[in-house]
Design a protein around this ligand. Sequence first.
Ligand SMILES: CC(C)(COP(=O)(O)OP(=O)(O)OC[C@H]1O[C@@H](n2cnc3c(N)ncnc32)[C@H](O)[C@@H]1OP(=O)(O)O)[C@@H](O)C(=O)NCCC(=O)NCCS
Length: 372
Amino acid sequence: MAETIFKPGLEGVIAGETTVSAVQQSSLAYRGYNISDLAENATFEEVAHILLHGELPNTAQLTQFNRSLAEFHQLPDAVVDAIRKIPTDVPMMDVLRTGVSMAGHFDPVQGDGETELRRRATWLMTVTAGVVAARYRLINQKEPLAPKPGLSHAQQILYQCLGEEPDDTSARLLDLTLILYAEHEYNASTFATRIVASTMSDMVSGVVTGIGTLKGPLHGGANEAAMEMLSQFNTPEEAETWLRERFAKKEKVMGFGHRVYKNGDHRAHILEAELRKLAIQKNKQNWMDIYDAIKKPMVEEKKIFPNVDYPCGLTYYLLDLPIDMYTPLFVCSRVTGWCAHFIEQATNNRLIRPLSRYVGEENRTVLPIGDR
Ligand SMILES: CC(C)(COP(=O)(O)OP(=O)(O)OC[C@H]1O[C@@H](n2cnc3c(N)ncnc32)[C@H](O)[C@@H]1OP(=O)(O)O)[C@@H](O)C(=O)NCCC(=O)NCCS
């Protein structure tokens, strides 16, 4: 038998090969395109095309991709009805998990070849956005809105939630967060999705699994947890006092730290620069003071850097989005990375089935029930 290795949490273990993205201390690239270049020069639709089709689209390919998104944009009525029946206090991530699963029964794409899988991935981009928007409307006692032709994916999400076309700043910043969140190699939810693909199960099951995995506060749920934390404070002093207590209790601070990046998260740098401009534009500098009151000691004293969820929580907050929607918006983006990995796994498959080390009791005897 081949030599076995054991690393708790699979830390440092290469669990597979990929051409979708490369996460390194010094760089992050989607299919070879550096994240800073993408953030500055691409739209989310172009990034989604890169992930799903492997290439930056030319004008004709981008038009075709946008056409596919538009074709799929309307949620089936049965899915809206199902969302309507979910109690209003259920978190949106749970609604999204159910909504995507329900939509899977109305999958408009037939077949499981690579072309069909790419089309199904495009459809799932619209399903995730549609469920988030429908839920937002319904809990605000408003009916879901039909999509408006000609809007970008980010504009469409905000339009279908708010009922009006978003201002340029909101649309641009949502687009940026969608670009930054789209893909991150073998993170927990993507790995979970690849495991689903490796059993030759279906893509909808892969995305539902991804949603369930992303929701945890050690993963995507950290953007909501980070903002819940910041929103407790009225002043930077309050934030710092809280942080010192946290240090004393050796408790984690959400939105900081990363399994791979130990010197800072590239995505956090990019987004934080935009967040600072947004705070000035909105005259909300007080929030940046609180943000920095947590960040400074974390970085200077603990050498633990913000991950992308830290600036993202406050960015969404300053865009007036409800906290419960932050991780679902992450899903609207990461669905592209999950599907790109699903396709990669499904088209060059080997069942993912690691081993475990047994550390329990041995050689026990089943006693008759009266003697236990
Ligand atoms: C993401 C995360 C799970 C990665 O963790 P990891 O690779 O397993 O790192 P560890 O938990 O082993 O952390 C190493 C050390 O840094 C500390 N640390 C890591 N993240 C920390 C945080 N957010 N706050 C305070 N301390 C932290 C750990 O307590 C540990 O300290 P120790 O060596 O004294 O025990 C972890 O950083 C975390 O829980 N962060 C908060 C949640 C979050 O923001 N998740 C989004 C990730 S993109």
